[in-house]
Design a protein around this ligand. Sequence first.
Ligand code: GLU
Length: 344
Amino acid sequence: MDSRIDVVGDVAQAVSTGALPGWDQVEELVVAAHARYADDSSGVLADYIPVLAQADPAAFGVCVVDADGREHAAGATTTRFSIQSISKAFVYALVSERLGHAHLRERIGVDNTGLAFNSVMAVELHGGHPRNPMVNAGAIATTALVEGDGPDEQWEAVVDGLSRFAGRRLEVDEVVYTSEAATNSRNKAIARLLESYGRIEADPLDVVDVYTRQCSLLVDAHDLAVMGATLADGGVNPVTGERVVSEQVATDTLAVLASTGMYERSGEWLFDVGLPAKSGVAGGIVAVSPGKGAIGTYSPLLDPAGNSVRGQRATAYLSRALGLNVFASSVHVPTRPTSPEEPA
Ligand code: GLU
């Protein structure tokens, strides 16, 4: 029995507002964020998809795109890498656009599992319910729900949708795809397990193939910033002006990222940095400040949870310096009458 109570009802969603500091200040801080961590070589390259171990450990780029589509870039912001797990956020948004808030919550879930991104145990612990759309089980179950009759149409919908988020046609890195497709037995096992629980209706191996391709799409730090800025801008890509998803879907996706986007460090990340974000094992991170803009970073040296070390540090620096933490406030100085007897 579903014990959840409906806490929202039909109350309309108003939005809180705010803006980034002036253009020059953002430009200066993006350059400073890059310079500050450029020589930081902590972390290790991913190797569980063999070809990822060949990335250049020195590559490091930081890009901010604001909700007006203006860009600030420092370092390797046009170096391409596979999007990997970051694709989960945007495929989730596309499926959410198609099926809606309640359906996604019921079918996939919106909570952290607290277990590794490729955990089989997490699926077993919850009786086959994927629970977290930002780890492999939930992401594979989400990809199975992409619009389309069969894997070819579904793949087209994924590339088309993620390309609209990025504002340019994205392409697969065939070398990464082939490398992962040859070594992804665990994801195939997860898909079969989901099938056994009735959580995937299509052919599980076809679904894993679409999922593996989506993870192999090539992006750069600038693309990530534009994709994130689309979620910051109520679902409209601020560079192309195209509406990609609804405001509600952008809101839902960011809420999911806040609780799940940084693997099993998501709580600590929110505590330290205060921004919804998603990272991928090739070294990308996108962090989103609703209404203001997004930060895209690339550096392939990872911490033990699979999050880019320099990317986390640069994003944390910018969250603080630009005032992006969604939980931060200071004592309010009244600017309007606080009661009828007390005129301004
Ligand atoms: N394609 C990877 C996988 O499914 C994504 C891993 C990640 O970025 O977390 O295992």
